[in-house]
Design a protein around this ligand. Structure first.
Ligand SMILES: Nc1nc2c(ncn2[C@@H]2O[C@H](COP(=O)(O)O[C@H]3[C@@H](O)[C@H](n4cnc5c(=O)[nH]c(N)nc54)O[C@@H]3COP(=O)(O)O)[C@@H](O)[C@H]2O)c(=O)[nH]1
Length: 771
């Protein structure tokens, strides 16, 4: 049964009970006190009371209903009030904001826990406060207090400050409004602490300022972009880079500023990155307002919302134009020779590769020319590198002037050049080109006060006969060039299979030579040097011989140059020096006291560190007097690095060792140049002696050498003397000594001893200094 039904029954029951009570009471009060005996109580009165009871019972039902309704209403109102109150409490207890209910006089009528927390007070303490206590002065003036009872003109929500109990001012947002209570107009304040929000706003402001100052001050271009690449903002660096004003750029799409060739890539990047990636970067070209191309490194980072939708992009734009130009310059430098501006070896090989591939597909032939200047090193060593550089530049220009070679000339390194004759149909054509090149190179070449007559050696390899790839063509052309050199220079040679065979032979020779010394296959032969004045032997020249069990007798002009290419010459040279000194000492002890021993020393050996000390050590070891040893150096050995040579020669002179210049006349040393060095003897090369009596040039050269040597205080020895007339000529010009088959071939020591005894020499060094 419902509560209300119960209430209804209770009220009706109460009313009925009340009536019953009243009825009973009325019976007691209304019955006469004593009726005469025998009298009956008045019947009608009795009846009336009984009716009254019935009627009252009847009436108590509607009265109960009325009373019930009234009571129910009253109780309902009260209950609803209580419920509203409870809801209100619940609401103000639930809200995050501090709630204050303020009476017109500023008294706090009500507040919630959050209000206590905000004020920093307990409930009791807060209850003793007034609303104005929390308002700092300025706010009091501007309305929070003034609004009590007067809300007109005041925003329902506004921001102001709330003063906590510790005096701290908190930024708050206040939501205020009137509240009628018990006939009174109160004001409620919902106060929200917005310190966090203020802090966040301040941070946002700072970060925006930072972004703006970075954005504006950045040395790289920056912009913000819409998802379709429309420029929203742009900084000064981007403005400078693209050559537009900022307002001209804002609203334009990046694509409009992109170089046409990079449009497709730009589209792709935008499509992919806006749908998938957060970020992209790539190199691209932009078109400036003036039409110039600008290389840039563009990168865009997309900012997305929580759903992942692109909101905007932050673009960085780095100007790479200078960088790109530097790269191009570096590429140029990496492919071109700095000195001459010609393609370098790498580029030459690349071009040759392309040409080979093209001819493979189309058929045809080509020629590779490998050119090396003859004796160029001497220009560097004697006149200096700047002059040598200028010679190389002029040679490069001359090569470029050859019409057929114009675009295929390269500097392969040092004084080596490569030429590619793509359209060469025949070896004859290549030969004609080589000849034309040699002709142009041989024209006198002037650098400052110097006039040079330069020559070159050229090797030619033809595709497809001499090689079908870059490496073999270049290698074979180089081999042919070396062959040209070995055959006298200033010419050209085609690569041939024989050259290859010779190269193979060279390799074989080298491998046998490495073991020749240990296996005792080397020997020294000696050739007498005879004085023209007394016809006696003054010395002998030691000449190396190699008899290989596998290769037979190998001539020294085959194996010495090979040994000179490596350190092997140092071991062979030391052995020859020691063996020759030992032999000279042996001959001296056998009665040939004055015999001078001439030993050939190669340039590499001569320049090895401690050479003079090595020689003096061997002299000490063998007991040979220094004046009885003569070192023969080639002319070329003197001109390569003359300062170093001078120092070593002075050391040898200091030790008392004699020095002769071998093969004189074949090199480039001028006569006056010789006076720089402490030399004892000059040896006229046998190539001048051979025709000395019928070739006026050779005769003139030999005569000049003798005269010059004497004027410098040096003696002269002529080698390769085979005839009496050669001897007569040389004798007539004042040449002091001769050496040649006319007297003796080079012989083993034992075979020469008899000859030496027959022509006993005078003491070593007695014939020195003819002048
Ligand atoms: N660094 C070293 N070089 C050496 C050594 N031994 C020799 N050599 C050099 O080898 C080259 C060739 O020498 P070789 O074949 O011994 O020829 C010498 C003579 O045999 C030759 N000669 C001498 N007289 C005549 C002659 O009348 N006619 C003629 N056709 N040839 C003759 O000349 C060569 C002498 O050479 P050089 O006086 O040294 O110029 C040669 O360059 C040697 O130097 C060595 O131990 N170390």
């Amino acid at each position: 049964m419902s509560t209300r039904l119960k209430l209804f029954f209770l009220i009706t029951l109460a009313l009925a009970g009340l009536h019953l009570f009243l009825f009973t009471a009325s019976r007691v009060l209304l019955v006469p006190s004593a009726a005469p005996a025998g009298q009956q109580a008045p019947g009608p009165a009795h009846l009336k009371v009984d009716n009254f009871l019935g009627w009252n019972l009847l009436a108590s039902l509607p009265a109960g209903v009325v009373l019930f309704i009234v009571t129910d209403r009253l109780l309902g109102v009260r209950r609803r009030e209580q419920e509203r109150e409870a809801r209100f409490r619940a609401v103000i207890g639930q809200v995050n904001d501090a709630f204050f209910l303020v009476a017109p006089d500023g008294r706090l009528v009500d507040f919630n826990e959050q209000a206590c927390a905000l004020a920093g007070l307990s409930r009791e303490a807060l209850a003793r406060k007034r609303w104005p206590d929390f308002l700092p002065t300025p706010c009091r003036e501007s309305g929070c207090q003034g609004m009590v009872g007067n809300f007109s003109g005041l925003a329902p929500v506004h921001e102001c400050s709330f003063q906590g109990v510790d005096g701290r001012l908190l930024p708050v947002e206040i939501n205020a409004g009137p509240l009628e209570q018990d006939g009174q107009t109160l004001v409620f304040y919902l106060v929200r602490d917005i310190s966090e929000r203020r802090r966040a706003e301040a941070q946002l402001r700072q970060s925006e300022q930072r972004f703006r100052s970075i954005f504006e001050g950045a040395s790289v271009g920056m912009c913000t972009l819409s998802p379709v690449g429309e420029i929203l903002q742009v900084n000064q660096a981007a403005v400078r880079m693209l050559g537009y004003d900022a307002h001209e750029l804002v609203g334009r799409r990046v694509h409009e500023l992109t170089h046409p060739e990079d449009l497709a890539a730009t589209e792709t990047f935008y499509r992919h990155s806006t749908t998938r990636d957060q970020h992209f970067s790539y190199h691209k070209r932009y078109l400036r307002k003036d039409g110039e191309v600008v290389w840039g490194h563009a990168s865009v980072a997309w900012v997305r919302d929580e759903q992942g939708e692109v909101q905007f992009g932050i673009g960085l734009l780095q100007d790479l134009t200078a960088h790109r130009e530097a790269e191009q310059r570096a590429e140029q430098l990496s492919k071109f020779d700095k000195l001459t501006g010609l393609p370098n070896r790498d580029l030459f090989q690349q071009r040759l590769k392309l040409a080979v591939e093209r001819l493979e597909a189309e058929g045809g032939s080509l020629a590779v020319l490998f050119l090396d200047l003859d004796r160029f090193k001497r220009i560097n060593d004697t006149i200096g590198h700047p002059t040598g550089d200028e010679v190389l530049r002029q040679i490069a220009r001359r090569l470029l002037e050859v019409p057929e070679a114009a675009d295929t000339v390269a500097r392969l390194g040092g004084d080596e050049f490569g030429l590619l004759l793509g359209g060469a149909q025949s070896a004859e054509e290549a030969g004609r080109l080589a000849q034309e090149i040699l002709r142009r190179i041989s024209q006198p070449l002037e650098v400052e006060e110097h006039v040079f007559e330069i020559s070159a050696s050229i090797g030619i390899a033809m595709l497809p006969m001499d090689g079908q790839d870059v490496e073999s063509l270049l290698k074979n052309a180089e081999m042919a060039m070396y062959q040209t050199k070995s055959e006298g220079r200033n010419s050209y040679q085609f690569y041939s299979i024989e050259m290859h065979a010779r190269a193979v032979y060279g390799q074989m020779l080298e491998s046998h030579l490495l073991q020749a010394l240990e296996r005792g296959e080397l020997d020294l032969h000696y050739q007498p040097q005879v004085s023209l004045s007394g016809q006696e032997v003054v010395g002998v020249e030691a000449l190396m011989r190699w008899t290989s069990p596998a290769l037979g007798k190998v001539p020294p002009d085959k194996f010495i140059p090979l040994a000179e290419e490596s350190e092997l010459i140092l071991r062979l040279g030391e052995w020859a020096l020691r063996t020759a000194c030992r032999q000279a000492k042996a001959w001296q002890e056998a009665g040939l006291e004055g015999l001078r021993m001439a030993v050939n020393v190669s340039g590499r050996q001569f320049r090895q560190p401690g050479f003079a000390e090595l020689v003096s050590g061997i002299l000490a070891e063998t007991g040979l007097a220094p004046r009885c040893l003569e070192i023969e150096l080639t002319e070329s050995c003197l001109v390569d690095n003359p300062r170093e040579v001078q120092t070593i020669l002075h050391r040898l002179r200091y030790l008392g060792i004699q020095v002769a210049v071998d093969d004189f006349g074949t090199g480039y040393s001028s006569l006056s140049y010789l006076k720089l060095f402490p030399l004892d003897r000059i040896k006229i090369d046998r190539s001048f002696v051979r025709d000395i009596d019928n070739d006026p040039d050779d005769a003139a050269i030999a005569s000049a050498i003798i005269a010059m040597a004497h004027s410098l205080g040096m003696q002269v020895i002529a080698e390769g003397v085979e005839t009496q007339s050669q001897l007569d000529f040389l004798g007539g010009r004042g040449c002091e000594e001769v050496q040649g088959f006319l007297y003796s071939r080079p012989l083993p020591a034992a075979e020469l001893t008899g000859f030496l005894h027959d022509r006993r020499p005078q003491a070593c060094g007695e014939a020195r200094r003819a002048g």
